[in-house]
Design a protein around this ligand. Structure first.
Ligand SMILES: NC(=O)c1ccc[n+]([C@@H]2O[C@H](COP(=O)([O-])OP(=O)(O)OC[C@H]3O[C@@H](n4cnc5c(N)ncnc54)[C@H](OP(=O)(O)O)[C@@H]3O)[C@@H](O)[C@H]2O)c1
Length: 247
């Protein structure tokens, strides 16, 4: 999928990985980039078209699809990481996690599939995680949601094959965004991660966009992603930060 000249829409583009996606798409020569956010006033990206979008709100998703009928690249990046377990965790937070990652991604794809078809097929990139393949005590609801999002990615790929839409999953591990840094600080209880363990978001986004341009259906963007995917051949396991270094 050629990104130069494409018209892309990125969810959660006001900060961190989403902002990097929108920025790098512009640098790659995208003709138009819709940088969407539930608080659009927070989007600060010269050259981007700003749209309000909450992926958990059906009316907001429908309005975005109506306003952005020229999209041929959809990047489902928006996410929450609420640090809840399944057995003892707050059920509303578990539901919000699934509403965002699974139902939010599904709503966006259902709304934009006809748009993509009308614009030649295009591409969808779903931002997954190593926790699509592994569990993590302290954030198991997120792992469930990311696992469901992976299965969704694979199912939608088959369903949209006839309209020529490339559907790609992006798998990677801990990356230095504000949310991840806050989560790591809390999880480590005052300890710090060694330098270089967290990915640079710039590198992850570059690898992701290279993968879309190359037509890949799954991108294992770092050593964490490679190790997590390989772990599926063994017994189910938890994610262990020490088993791989970022790369
Ligand atoms: N960082 C990592 O280590 C890592 C690793 C693997 C996968 N990922 C995945 O990468 C993606 C981005 O992660 P990140 O670390 O950049 O996350 P982040 O810093 O928490 O940013 C999340 C973005 O999603 C937006 N968002 C949340 N709920 C939304 C909703 N209902 N509708 C629209 N936008 C919504 C947030 O908007 P607000 O500003 O309004 O909250 C924010 O812009 C997520 O899907 C995450 O699961 C991250």
């Amino acid at each position: 999928m050629r990104l130069h000249g494409a018209t892309a829409l990125v969810t959660g583009a006001n900060r961190d990985l989403g902002r990097h996606f929108a920025e790098q798409l512009l640098h790659r020569g995208a003709a138009k980039v819709y940088a969407t956010a539930r608080r659009p006033e927070l989007v600060d990206l010269p050259g981007a078209e700003v749209l309000p979008l909450d992926v958990t709100d059906p009316a907001s998703v429908a309005a975005a699809a109506a306003a952005a009928g020229d999209v041929d690249v959809l990047i489902n990046n928006a996410g929450v990481s609420l640090g809840v377990n399944l057995v003892g965790g707050d059920l509303d937070k578990i539901r919000l996690t699934l509403d965002t990652h699974f139902y939010g991604t599904l709503a966006m794809i259902r709304a934009f599939a006809p748009v993509l078809a009308g614009n030649g097929g295009g591409a969808i990139l779903n931002v997954l995680s190593v926790l699509s393949f592994q569990s993590l005590v302290g954030n198991n609801a997120y792992a469930v949601a990311k696992s469901a999002q992976w299965a969704l990615t694979n199912g939608v790929r088959l369903e949209l094959a006839d309209q020529g839409t490339l559907v790609t999953g992006l798998v990677f591990g801990p990356t230095a965004t504000e949310t991840m840094k806050a989560y790591a600080d809390k999880a480590l209880e005052g300890g710090t991660l060694p330098d270089g363990v967290l990915n640079d978001p710039v590198d992850i986004v570059r690898t992701a966009l290279d993968g879309v341009e190359a037509g890949k259906i799954e991108i294992l963007a770092d050593d964490f992603g490679v190790a997590a995917k390989a772990s599926l051949t063994g017994d189910p396991s938890g994610f262990v930060l020490e088993t791989a270094s970022a790369g």
